[in-house]
Design a protein around this ligand. Sequence first.
Ligand SMILES: Cc1ncc(COP(=O)(O)O)c(C=O)c1O
Length: 441
Amino acid sequence: MADSFSPATDTETGFWSDVSDHVMRYGPQFERRVIERAEGSHVYDTAGTAILDFTSGQMSALLGHSHPEIVRTVREQIGRLDHLFSGMLSRPVVDLCSCLGSLVPGLEKVLLLSTGAESNEAAIRLAKLVTGKHEIVAFSRSWHGMTGAAASATYSNARRGYGPAEVGSFAIPAPNAYRPRFTHADGSLDWKSELDDAFALIDSQSTGNLAAFIAEPILSSGGIIELPEGYLAALREKCDERGMLLILDEAQTGIGRTGHMFAFQRDGVTPDILTLSKTLGAGLPLAAVLTSRELEEKAHDLGFVFLTTHVSDPLPAAVGLTVLDVVEKDGLIARARQAGKRLRSGLEALQQRFECIGDVRGRGLLLGIDIVTDRASRKPDLDMGDRIGAEAMKRGLSMNIVKLPAMGAVFRIAPPLTVSDADIDRGLEIMSEAIAAAGKG
Ligand SMILES: Cc1ncc(COP(=O)(O)O)c(C=O)c1O
């Protein structure tokens, strides 16, 4: 392993000219280095430089990269049974449905799909069918995916220029303890008043067709906004009062990352529909929709259809089973809590040293640091955020920054649950050097 940073070589001229000639740009700026392989908490470029991956790929590689048991499962399963006609069932699929369906009472029925957007598409479709209504409410900093209904319920980004969202798409503000809109006398967030106010607005806009609320328990792409304790229960009540279903999207928070199997378990609230993706396949395309027997029965009676090419595919299902098995047998949920504590206290120590870290927040191994111009104004410092990200990458640490001009420059820090203490400490050390260097820039 090459420990020190070696700058991206541009000797791969053919590679970059092919990129420029043939790779469609889809949003992010491409990192100017060719990634050759990945293992555990690191990715490696062609120069052999080890880069600590503190975003677990796209917030998904829960077990680190190329976990030996995932590698074994994929190798074995692809040689036996990979993909099937959607009307055929296989052991890995039924086993994974059984495993997932026995985790939470009230969420026994499971549909296996490929991506997060797809799982939310199916959840929203299910909610519309069983309620006979069509209005969907989400948070104004949400991210639920890039396909029709999921994109209509995605408000943090990527809305402009694509024509009308689905009829009946509404948003309410997410409760933000660091930059509260409603406050108690002591300046702390008054989320109850904010929620009441938001639903009064929803009620005045609704045509009486509220089907569901879709929420992330921690809004990740929105800047690691945690729903305060009690909020989910209050949201559940608002939904119940209106005959709406509650859909929770645990693409990033599910399967142990926050120190619970599912983030909603901290709150003692069960959604009507739960969607899982990213972490469930630990980097491979696997998603699931979970709901109650009653809702599934009702949907079936109404002729529910969600037929995709890769629904109930055995290969990703076998991967999902291995992910659940490793999480359980290696005690990774407890590890997320423990490692999260270490990472958090390291970040808080950095906050003591650096004025630009306005806030440290999140849960378990899904943490965020909010970069500000100064503590008093809490004004997001987008340029500083960029500089820190670049300096960190130069030193061999990949951290993803969410830049929302209206809200913040927030680094999302979510290493694999298998990250070692030494790698956490190394990451913190690099962050410290990167912030110091960025401050001089
Ligand atoms: C909370 C959440 N839901 C859904 C999605 C969409 O998942 P996918 O990109 O797999 O469609 C994402 C992706 O970032 C996400 O963060």
